[in-house]
Design a protein around this ligand. Structure first.
Ligand code: PLP
Length: 412
């Protein structure tokens, strides 16, 4: 008999997006006319075509693979040196962060990296997540057996939940108690909040004092518009001793379907054995990647490299401005209907407070019925998301404008 990983049975079976799909399907069947005007502001996936610089570089890379002289097979598991150098230079050293080329690990996604990173950590860590949270951080810890079962509110025992509310600007504060690993996501999915320098300093100081490690997900870094906000955790002194950073080309270059991301593991980062002996995590992650991964395709890495050229940068900027322009339009529509709207300035998500104690799912149904727009119920991201919906700015401008007009006419 083969035995399964029973931790999987603890998972609150992927409830959010299947339930949204179920309700949308029922609505379509009952309202075939209204179904034709449905607009989705529900998903976190880009809508606009790839930057021309990436397209040209990928075409050229395909041609190289077509000739014996320029053909390439397996590349380095950690990524080609020219891409690691471009990342370290443009994203870090140009911003004053002391990051070496070989501290960059290129991968096929930040989702996979935030999940796979658990391979290099022990089983006895106290783990903290924000509430609301990107569900991947929680579910991968459940799968790895780092939690007990979930309670009625969907909270797993042995995880520490850090509440994100208007009072803290939706940026979690370091807890009074001890934890060993902390997941931070800034700019945040789902709340659209971005941590200030002081807030990140408080976290780095906490992590150094507790010998804890911060897993910093900066997938939405490119959306930061406020010049006072840090773009990387490594802008904070001491972060090289306590933080791993995750980035992705999904939300800046629109690579959600192309697949390319990277993780930064400083060589100065250490964690302990049970006996208290310190080891470099860089060495462990390198070993993990060379054993379990065979690298991102040459074509894809050439596409990612092109995002750092002057044309590539300008085209990425235009994409970000497009989505942030949508966010502004959507925010105005929602505000005119009397709702309180957070986020959408340094992130492509609006986090909308519902009035009169309306639940996330009741608001989802009302917005679907009356505006024919699909949003995401905040309660799907955690107990503290109840009473909110997330509105995504990933859309065409025409759809964003139309959705905003319909939001404006909602009466609460
Ligand atoms: C979209 C997203 C990512 C990027 O994931 P990829 O696997 O690189 O596409 C990472 N973290 C968060 C919070 C996201 O929303």
């Amino acid at each position: 008999m083969a035995y399964l990983n029973e931790n999987f049975l603890k998972l609150k079976s992927g409830y959010l997006f299947p339930e949204i799909a179920r309700r949308v399907r029922a609505f379509r069947e009952a309202n075939p006319e209204a179904a034709k005007r449905l607009i989705s502001c529900g998903i976190g996936d880009v809508t606009e075509p790839l930057p021309q610089a990436a397209i040209a570089a990928m075409h050229k890379a395909v041609e190289e693979l077509a000739a014996r002289e320029t053909f390439r097979g397996y590349g380095p598991e950690q990524g080609y040196e020219w891409l690691r150098a471009a990342i370290a230079q443009h994203d870090y050293r140009a911003r004053g962060c002391d990051i070496a080329d070989d501290e960059i690990f290129v991968s096929d996604g930040a989702k996979c990296d935030t999940a796979n990173i658990l391979d290099i950590f022990g089983r006895n860590n106290k783990i903290a997540v924000a509430d609301p949270v990107y569900p991947v951080y929680v579910d991968t810890n459940v799968m790895a057996g780092h939690t007990g079962p979930a309670d009625a509110a969907g909270r797993y025992s042995r995880l520490v939940y850090l509440p994100c509310t208007p009072a803290n600007g939706f940026v979690p504060e370091p807890p009074k108690r001890h934890v060993d690993i902390i997941y931070l996501c800034s700019p945040n999915n789902p709340t659209g909040a971005a941590a200030t320098r002081a807030q990140l300093e408080a976290w780095v100081n906490y992590a150094l004092a507790h010998k804890a490690i911060i897993l910093f997900d900066a997938a939405y870094e490119a959306y930061i518009t406020d010049p006072a906000l840090p773009h990387s955790i490594y802008e904070i002194p001491g972060a090289r001793e306590c933080a791993i950073e995750f980035r992705s080309f999904s939300k800046n270059g629109g690579f959600t379907g192309v697949r390319c991301a990277f993780t930064v593991v400083p060589k100065t980062l250490r964690a302990a054995t049970r006996a208290g002996e310190l080891h470099s995590l860089h060495g462990l992650w390198l070993r993990r990647m060379t054993t379990k991964f065979n690298g991102v395709s040459y074509i894809t890495q050439r596409g990612a490299e092109a995002l750092y050229t002057p044309e590539g940068k300008a085209q990425v900027r235009a994409l970000i401005e497009h989505y942030l322009g949508n966010a502004k339009v959507l925010r105005e529509g929602l505000t005119k209907s009397g709702l309180t709207v957070y986020g959408g300035v340094n992130a492509p998500y609006l986090w909308v407070k519902l009035p009169n104690g309306i639940s996330s799912w009741d608001a989802f149904d009302k917005i679907l019925r009356e505006a024919n727009v699909v949003v995401t119920p905040g309660s799907g991201f955690g107990a503290n998301g109840e009473g909110y919906v997330r509105v995504s700015a990933y859309n065409s401008r025409a759809n964003a404008e139309e959705a905003a007009r319909r939001f404006q006419n909602l009466r609460w």
